[in-house]
Design a protein around this ligand. Structure first.
Ligand SMILES: Nc1ncnc2c1ncn2[C@@H]1O[C@H](COP(=O)(O)OP(=O)(O)OP(=O)(O)O)[C@@H](O)[C@H]1O
Ligand SMILES: [Mg+2]
Length: 228
């Protein structure tokens, strides 16, 4: 019986398009403990985003087992996966994925149901989250009125709205300069210090090396020789 938060057993993800088969993941077995701070690295096309999608229950593996908090989630239906996502997962993407016509505050409040968005307690939480990522004075700005680093901080605040235990970030610093990247990493480290499990993808060795552990993928497999 494992005490891991996440246990992947021989996960495969096969895409077939126009008769061509791609093994995006070719048998990945990894365990991640609660409150770990893990970087996933590897060349373009090695399966990093595919792995993040499966970890985040955005997608299901073709074969293999995914045990999350002791529960096998690999065969769940999409509505069951959605409820796991809402409860346990926060997502941050390279492209921020903010809604252009909404203010920072409105973007952070998006994960709330429509009913809750009108309740002041939700608004207060969104304000607190924006404050903690250093955007107290930017709450009314729309994404176009924010720098890339600021937009990513809004995205992080939004990912925290439902207080997930696991934060998944796919190249969160990929579009940022070194100052913006450092600020994002500091926030991720702080969240890790508060007990969240953080898993992030990066191409940048200096950013990957700040994790407690680096998992390296190559051709859809964990590059065991390099896994530390
Ligand atoms: N929806 C899809 N349909 C078909 N093939 C896909 C799909 N998603 C990914 N792939 C293929 O699976 C492989 C792994 O892709 P993935 O996006 O996981 O790589 P990655 O490591 O995240 O790369 P990058 O660093 O460029 O983001 C690639 O060969 C890709 O072309
Ligand atoms: Mg990717």
């Amino acid at each position: 019986m494992s005490t891991n938060l996440i246990q992947l057993g021989d996960i495969r993800k096969v895409y077939t398009i126009g008769g061509v088969t791609i093994d995006a993941l070719a048998g990945v077995s990894i365990g991640i403990d609660a409150q770990e701070f893990v970087a996933i690295m590897g060349p373009s096309g090695s399966g990093k985003s595919t792995l993040m999608h499966i970890l985040g229950c955005l997608d299901s593996p073709t074969t293999g087992t995914y045990v999350l908090k002791g529960r096998d989630v690999s065969g769940l239906k999409s509505d069951e996966l959605a409820s796991i996502r809402n409860r346990d997962m926060g997502f941050v993407f390279q492209a921020y994925n903010l809604l252009a016509q909404m203010s920072a505050l409105e973007n952070v409040m998006l994960p709330l149901s429509y009913a809750n968005r009108t309740v002041n307690v939700g608004k207060r939480r969104a304000q607190e989250l924006l404050e903690r990522v250093g955007l107290k004075d930017r709450m009314k700005n729309r994404p176009v009125e924010l720098s890339g680093g600021e937009q990513q901080r809004v995205a992080i605040a939004r990912s925290l709205m439902m207080d997930p235990s696991i934060l998944l970030a796919d190249e969160p610093t990929g579009n940022l300069n070194s100052i913006g990247a450092r600020q994002i990493l500091e926030i991720l480290k702080e969240l890790h210090g508060e007990g969240k499990t953080i898993i992030y993808v990066t191409h940048d060795e200096s950013i990957g090396n700040q994790a407690e552990r680096v998992i390296r993928l190559k051709d859809g497999l964990v590059d065991a020789a390099k896994d530390n």
